[in-house]
Design a protein around this ligand. Structure first.
Ligand code: NAX
Length: 332
């Protein structure tokens, strides 16, 4: 069997609990791939991972390779092919006696974590490693990580696949079709309520979703907030954040990056902007992407954006620029 090394931070968190079995079951990397997992946690929590490891062993998957728990980031990301940065400090936590409520404080605290993780990944993970940031604020954490990693042969992504899946699901429900009919979904910009899930270029059985649904008021005034606030709606209903669907989106992203994209389709993730679609260069920005299946991923060009789309993309770009400013001192 071939082998792959996967590192996951936040290994004892909610998303990981749904994610980890699916990483080692043959579902994500294929039936012929043995998966060596390194689970990384903060020192106060690392002991708990022994329980998770027992459960992973007890799943009895034949693709399961070595299972290691560590609080040492160097040991954790050493030689990794994929690094899944799921761990981060949530809003509301008390740090040095202060309750962290402000987005700017959250940006700084998590930024500090991602400078260290980024530089370690840059030095110790494989030269063709792929890194997916899930922990929020995901785009700006990835921006910090990529810049401190300073290793241009590694590829950094921030996750927008959950938003894209939510965006497809709402279109499918409104149109009364199966979700598999909805393709070409892009979530432009930030993984935050300013994101722009693009219904004009999304297709339902090959036709623009807007043309199929024929309800512009719903599209522009109801659909967007539904998708943008879906995470909040799940928390309100469940009393906990969306962990199973987030884990599923991690797997979707890995598969989208690792396998060739179907002809005519694309997938959604945030990558470093090269200035495409007049977005600020350097930001980690949600784009439509295609993968060759051989390691390269490119931004799909020449998608038509109407004035509505351009105005929404400007808003999310402005938010990402202000997040960048808030963490700039960590990068100087
Ligand atoms: P949990 O709070 O259940 O778990 C987070 C885990 O990360 C904790 O066990 C914590 O100890 C660990 N951790 C914190 N700092 C760490 C560090 N420096 N190194 C290693 N581990 C560390 O959160 P969970 O529900 O699993 O969510 C994880 C992150 O995903 C959150 O930031 C959340 O906001 C974010 N999300 C991102 C989504 C996306 O689409 N990009 C969607 C789902 C989710 O909201």
């Amino acid at each position: 069997m071939k082998e792959i090394n996967v590192a996951v931070t936040g290994g004892a968190g909610q998303i990981s609990y749904s994610l980890l079995p699916r990483l080692i079951s043959g579902e994500t990397f294929g039936k012929d791939m043995k998966v060596n997992l390194k689970l990384i946690e903060i020192p106060q929590v690392v002991e708990k991972l022994q329980g998770t490891i027992m459960e992973l062993i007890d799943c009895g998957f034949k693709q399961t390779g070595s299972l290691i728990a560590t609080a040492d980031i160097v040991e954790g990301v050493e030689n990794a092919d994929w690094v899944l940065l799921v761990g981060s400090i949530p809003r509301g936590i008390v740090v040095d006696g202060k309750k962290i409520e402000e987005r700017s404080d959250l940006l700084k605290i998590n930024g500090g974590i991602f400078t260290n993780q980024g530089s370690t990944i840059g030095k110790h993970s494989k030269s063709d490693a792929k890194i997916l940031v899930v922990g929020n604020p995901a785009n700006t954490n990835a921006f910090i990580g990529k810049n401190t990693a300073n290793n241009s042969s590694q590829q950094w992504f921030a996750m927008t696949a959950l938003d894209a899946n939510r965006a497809k699901a709402q279109l499918a429900e409104k149109a009364g079709v199966n979700i598999s009919s909805v393709t070409n979904m892009t979530v432009w910009g930030n993984h935050s309520p300013t994101m722009y899930p693009d219904p004009y270029n999304a297709r339902i059985d090959g036709i623009s979703a807007v043309e199929v649904i024929k309800d512009l008021n719903w599209i522009e005034n109801e659909y967007l907030p539904l998708v943008q606030q879906r995470g909040r709606s799940v928390i309100d209903a469940r009393g906990a954040s969306s962990a199973a669907s987030a884990a599923n989106a991690v797997i979707d992203t890995i598969q989208s990056v690792d396998n060739a994209t179907e002809e005519g389709n694309w997938f959604s993730a945030a990558v470093q902007s090269d200035g495409s679609y007049e977005t600020p260069e350097g930001l980690i920005f949600g784009f439509p992407l295609r993968s060759s299946g051989q390691g390269s991923v490119e931004i799909v060009q020449d998608i038509k954006l109407n004035d509505f789309a351009k105005s929404k993309i400007k808003i999310t770009a402005a938010e990402l620029l202000s997040e960048k400013e808030a963490v700039q001192d960590l990068l100087d």
